[in-house]
Ligand binder design. Structure first.
Ligand code: GLN
Length: 509
C-alpha cells in the first residue's frame, strides 16, 4: 500500500500534498460565517497556495487576486454590519475560463479570445457572488472545451497534482486540478461529453453533470448547446452538493433553463440507499476497461449493496453508439456556434486587404488544430448531401440512447459504471491520435446525449497509484438520489468504511 492510500476519504489525496489547504468549503464557510476567521484571510491563504504551487500545476489562466481580495473584504464588511453574506461566505471557487466574468479576461484557452473582456457575468458567476463565494481565478481548459486532457489549451497544459507527468483530464482540467491541489475547495466546469466528470476522476475529486437545463448556461461560452451543462467540483460530496444548490435553479436568461428551483441535494446526503435498485451497465464496464478500474467499480457495487441497495447487471445497448453520435452532433453544433469568431466582434483580429481575407486570417491564427478539426467535421456533417447520412443519423441514434436509458430506468433507480476506462495518462500519449483521445469519453457521453445527470466519485487508486472515479447515472432530475448514493460511496471510502483506502489495490474481486 502506498502512502497515498492512507490519506483519508476518497479524493482527498491531492489536498494535503500541495499547499496544505485541506479544509472543506463547508468548514470554511462555517468559520467565516461564525467570525472564527475572516474571508480575507481565507482568500489570502489560497492565493499564497496558488503562488507557491501553480507555477508547476498551471491550473489557472488568470488569478483574480485583486477582485478576490475585494470580494472577500465585502463579505467581511457585511458580516461586521450584521448582514448574512450567504451560505458559501468566503469560499474560493475556481471558474473554468469559458464562464464570462465581467471585465476579467475570459479566453476559452484560445488565442482568438485573447484581449476580450466580457461585458457581463455568467448567471453562475453572479449566483456565486450572491452566495458569498469568491471567484479566485479563471481555470485552464482544452480550447473551447474540446478535449479530454487540457493539452489542447493554447496557453499550455495543466498538470495532474497527483503526478505532474500526467494529464488532469479535460476539458475542465484546470478546475479539477485547482480543487485537487487545494488552490480552491470548489470549482465550476462545463460538461458537454464528460468534461467535468473525467477530470474529476483523473484528479481524485467529486465532479457532477446536472440534468440538462438545471443550471443556467447564460454566460457559458457555447460549445455544443444541446449538450453543454455547467457542473460543480468539490473534494467532498457535500461540498459539490452545496455548490450545485447555489448555482442551479431557473434563470429567465437561458431559454433551456428548467422552470424549477435548485434541487435540494444537501438535505438528503444522509438518506442512504436502502431499497434503491442500481444497474451496473455492462456495455460501459466491459472489455475496454482496465482491470484495476473494473475492480474499483465492483468494490463500489459491493459498498452500495452493503448499504442496502440491490445491484444487478443491466444492458443499455445504444450506449455503445454514443461516441459516434456525439462526434457528429457536438462538432456540428460547434461549427455553428464558433462562426461568431470572425475577427470583428471578439478578441483577435489579423488584418488583410479584404473583409473575407481578414476573417480567414483571424480564424487561421486564432484557432488551434483541434478546434479547426471540429469545425471541419461539423461543417461536413451539416453540408447539403451529407446532412441526412451524418447529422440526421446521429440524431436518430441519440433517440435510441434516450429510449434505452428510459427502459433501464423502468427497472433501476440509478446506474453505475466507471467514469473512464483508465486512469490519467501521461502527457502526449494521445495527442497524435485524436480517436484514442475521443475514446476516453465513452462512459460519460451517453448522459449528455440523453440530457441526464451523472456524478463521478473518487473510489480508490489504480495499479499506477492514480485516482479512479466511479460514475453514478440517473434519469432527469434525479440529482437528490445521485447525491445520496454518492455520499454512501464516499462514506465507504472513509478510513473506517467497508471499501476503505486499503481496498485500493489489494482487492482482487
Ligand atoms: N472530451 C469531449 C470532447 O472533446 C468532451 C468535452 C466536453 O465535455 N466539453 O468533445
Amino acid at each position: 500500500m502506498s502512502e497515498r492510500d492512507t490519506s483519508g476519504p476518497g479524493g482527498r489525496q491531492g489536498a494535503e500534498e500541495v499547499g496544505g489547504l485541506e479544509a472543506s468549503a463547508l468548514q470554511l464557510a462555517a468559520q467565516v460565517r461564525s467570525g472564527a476567521r475572516s474571508a480575507v484571510s481565507v482568500v489570502e491563504d489560497h492565493l499564497a497556495g496558488i503562488a507557491a504551487g501553480d507555477g508547476e500545476i498551471h491550473a489557472f489562466n488568470h488569478v483574480m487576486e485583486e477582485e478576490a481580495l475585494a470580494a472577500a473584504s465585502r463579505v467581511d464588511e457585511r458580516l461586521a454590519a450584521g448582514e448574512d453574506p450567504g451560505p458559501l461566505a468566503g469560499v474560493p471557487v475556481a471558474l473554468k475560463d469559458n464562464l464570462c466574468t465581467r471585465g476579467v479576461p475570459t479566453t476559452c484557452s484560445s488565442r482568438i479570445l485573447e484581449g476580450w473582456l466580457p461585458p457581463y457575468d455568467a448567471t453562475v458567476v453572479a449566483r456565486l457572488a450572491a452566495s458569498g463565494a469568491i471567484a479566485i481565478g479563471k481555470a485552464n481548459l482544452d480550447e473551447f472545451a474540446m478535449g479530454s486532457s487540457t493539452e489542447h489549451s493554447a496557453f499550455g497544459p495543466t498538470r495532474n497534482p497527483h503526478d505532474t507527468g500526467r494529464v488532469p483530464g479535460g476539458s475542465s482540467g484546470g478546475s479539477a486540478a485547482a480543487v485537487a491541489a487545494g488552490f480552491a475547495p470548489l470549482g465550476l466546469g462545463s460538461d458537454t461529453g464528460g468534461s467535468v466528470r473525467l477530470p474529476a476522476a483523473y484528479c481524485g475529486v467529486v465532479g457532477m453533470k446536472p440534468t440538462y437545463g438545471a443550471v443556467s448556461r447564460y454566460g457559458l461560452i457555447a460549445f455544443a448547446s444541446s449538450l453543454d451543462q455547467i457542473g460543480p467540483f468539490g473534494r467532498t460530496v457535500a461540498d459539490a452538493a452545496a455548490l450545485l444548490e447555489v448555482v442551479a435553479g431557473h434563470d429567465p436568461l437561458d431559454s433551456t433553463s428548467i422552470d424549477a428551483p435548485a434541487p435540494a441535494v444537501s438535505a438528503v446526503l444522509d438518506a442512504g440507499v436502502e431499497g434503491l435498485r442500481i444497474g451496473l451497465v455492462t456495455e460501459l464496464s466491459g472489455e475496454g476497461t482496465d482491470p484495476d478500474v473494473r475492480r474499483r467499480v465492483a468494490a463500489a457495487a459491493e459498498a452500495l449493496e452493503a448499504a442496502g441497495a440491490k445491484v444487478e447487471d443491466v444492458s443499455v445497448p445504444a450506449t455503445t453508439l454514443g461516441l459516434s453520435a456525439y462526434y457528429l452532433i457536438a462538432p456540428a453544433e460547434a461549427s455553428s456556434n464558433l462562426a461568431r469568431y470572425d475577427g470583428v466582434r471578439y478578441g483577435l483580429r489579423v488584418d488583410a486587404p479584404t473583409n473575407g481575407g481578414m476573417n480567414v486570417a483571424s480564424r487561421t491564427a486564432g484557432f488551434g488544430d483541434e478546434v479547426k478539426r471540429r469545425i471541419m467535421l461539423g461543417t461536413y456533417a451539416l453540408s447539403a448531401g451529407y446532412y441526412d447520412a451524418y447529422y440526421g443519423k446521429a440524431q436518430q441514434v441519440r433517440t435510441l440512447i434516450i429510449r434505452d436509458f428510459a427502459a433501464a430506468y423502468e427497472r433501476f433507480d440509478l446506474l453505475l459504471s466507471p467514469t473512464a476506462p483508465t486512469t490519467a495518462f501521461p502527457f502526449g500519449a494521445k495527442t497524435a491520435d485524436p480517436l484514442s483521445m475521443y475514446l476516453t469519453d465513452v462512459c460519460t457521453i451517453p448522459s449528455n446525449l440523453a440530457g441526464d445527470p451523472a456524478i463521478s466519485v473518487p473510489y480508490g487508486l489504480g495499479d499506477d497509484g492514480m485516482p479512479i472515479g466511479v460514475q453514478l447515472l440517473g434519469p432527469a432530475l434525479s440529482e437528490p438520489t445521485l447525491f445520496r448514493a454518492a455520499a454512501v460511496l464516499e462514506h465507504s471510502m472513509a478510513p473506517t468504511g467497508d471499501g476503505g483506502p486499503a481496498a485500493g489495490r489489494e482487492r482482487t474481486t
